[in-house]
Ligand binder design. Structure first.
Ligand code: NDP
Length: 438
């Protein structure tokens, strides 16, 4: 704590992993002897930089850019960029720390990193977003490379932003290095299924958890927080598997749609018009119920919910929300977002016997498919939707299996938090031991 003052989210993420590691450290004293934990908490490199850009009125604006290259024991740093006004070093370090273990769980050769900026894309014109992205990459490019550090999207960074970032990288380096960034558009190096991957993956993970209780999504009522990239494709997969998503949200409000969210309309509003959820509610008229200023979890007492998929942001679901959800018979939670449940909420779910898939396992489908994009780039190939989705599903089933097996091996069957933390940690720790003190 003293080395990283004021970085509350980073402390929270590190504490959550360390709380699981007692049994593995007793079995493997070599990890403590080599100071693996201390080394894992110290990023290999942290880059903070000025991002100057000009707005549409000709005024110079300044934002702060970050890239935290956390751990490269398993491969090049890999992790997304977040553009949101709340971003500071503690956000990026928490996300980067989580990413190290998540990437290890995918079984693919990728290390962990994360980056972003306190730039707020809301209300900015396309020209402003492009100029910001170009300025951001003008500094960041020198730290990137397909064998060094490979960013992707996150909150506020989608296909449009990835395009501007990649375009500037290409222009500065004079290299068409497709594998330097993922989340690219299909047609210029992107992979089919990448936009869907995190949401689909979280639903596959939830489905695997449900199967352990002889359940499935068929006929289940589901809440999905957020209405961005992860949320939209989580909704799509739930509907494909026979469940009904009855509500979703954004930072301004919640929409309840008892007959099921109209996904075509939601995609039209969010992906084509770049509008707010209020515009969806307006278009739905009486079919839906829109509540301004509410959070989705605070409204759950009035409706039955079988599965909760938090897909918005960190610490969005607190203990009081968890209490109401469990009292109403919640079966499962799979975290599409990173660390959306507070530690108290996560504990409560576990004590109440709710199936709980932590983000570093449940949302690993996004980065896994990014690694598949890198594979396609390296082999100058592009795979079909069916093939890529089958790979994604296979990876998610594998992560579920590995977390479940590890939890059982350590005497805590069904504890996916413990399983994910120990399995991810062990993979990284073993590589670090093999590579020596570096
Ligand atoms: P988007 O920017 O596409 O969407 C984010 C959604 O969450 C929006 O609906 C946004 O609402 C809402 N949201 C963001 N911040 C808040 C807040 N403080 N309070 C309430 N709602 C909020 O991002 P993604 O869908 O890509 O990411 C969502 C989560 O998933 C993040 O935690 C991210 O780290 C995680 N994740 C994403 C991956 C990916 O592949 N994209 C991979 C793995 C994890 P509004 O528009 O009002 O801000």
């Amino acid at each position: 704590l003293r080395r990283n003052p004021g970085e509350a989210e980073f402390h929270q993420a590190a504490r959550e992993v360390f709380e699981s590691l007692g049994p593995v450290l007793s079995r493997h004293p070599e990890y403590a002897e080599a100071s693996i934990l201390e080394r894992m908490c110290e990023p290999e490199r942290q880059i903070i930089f000025r991002v100057p850009w000009t707005d549409d009125q000709g005024r110079v604006q300044i934002n702060r850019g970050f890239r935290v290259e956390f751990n490269s024991a398993l491969g090049p740093y890999k992790g997304g960029l977040r553009f949101h006004p709340s971003v500071y070093l503690g956000t990026i370090k928490f996300l980067g720390f989580e990413q190290v273990f998540k990437n290890a769980l995918t079984g693919m050769p990728i290390g962990g990193g994360k980056g972003g900026s306190d730039f707020d894309p809301k209300g900015k014109s396309t020209g402003e977003v492009m100029r910001f992205c170009q300025s951001f990459m003008t500094e960041l490019y020198r730290h990137l490379g397909e064998h060094t550090d490979v960013p992707a999207g996150d909150i506020g960074v989608g296909g449009r932003e990835i395009g501007y970032l990649f375009g500037q990288y290409k222009r500065i380096t004079n290299r068409y290095e497709s594998g330097v960034i993922t989340g690219k558009g299909v047609g210029w190096g992107g992979s089919l299924v990448r936009p869907e991957a995190t949401g689909y993956g979280a639903v596959y993970f939830a489905d695997e958890m449900l199967k352990t209780r002889g359940e499935s999504f068929e006929g289940k009522r589901v809440l999905v927080s957020g209405s961005g990239n992860v949320a939209i494709y989580a909704i799509q997969k739930v509907h494909q598997l026979g469940g009904t998503v009855v509500a979703c949200s954004d930072s301004s409000g919640v929409v309840f749609d008892d007959g099921g969210i109209d996904l075509d309309l939601l995609q039209e509003v969010k992906e084509v018009r770049r509008g707010r959820l209020s515009a969806y509610a307006e278009a739905r008229g009486n079919a839906s119920d829109y509540r301004t200023g509410a959070t989705i979890w605070s409204l759950t007492s009035t409706t039955r919910v079988d599965v909760a998929l938090p897909c918005a942001t960190q610490n969005e679901l607190n203990e009081a929300d968890a209490k109401v959800l469990t009292e109403n018979g919640l079966l499962a939670v799979a975290e599409g977002a990173n660390m959306p449940s507070t530690p108290e909420a996560a504990r409560l779910f576990s004590e109440a016997g709710v199936l709980f898939g932590p983000g570093k396992a449940a949302n690993a489908g996004g980065v896994a498919t990014s690694a598949l994009e890198m594979q396609q780039n390296a082999s100058r190939d592009s795979w079909s939707f069916e093939h890529t989705e089958a790979r994604l599903q296979e990876i998610m089933v594998g992560i579920h299996e590995d977390c479940a097996t590890t939890a059982e091996e350590y005497g805590a069957p069904g504890n996916y938090v413990l399983g994910a933390n120990i399995d991810g940690f062990t993979r990284v720790a073993n590589a670090m031991l093999a590579l020596g003190v570096i």
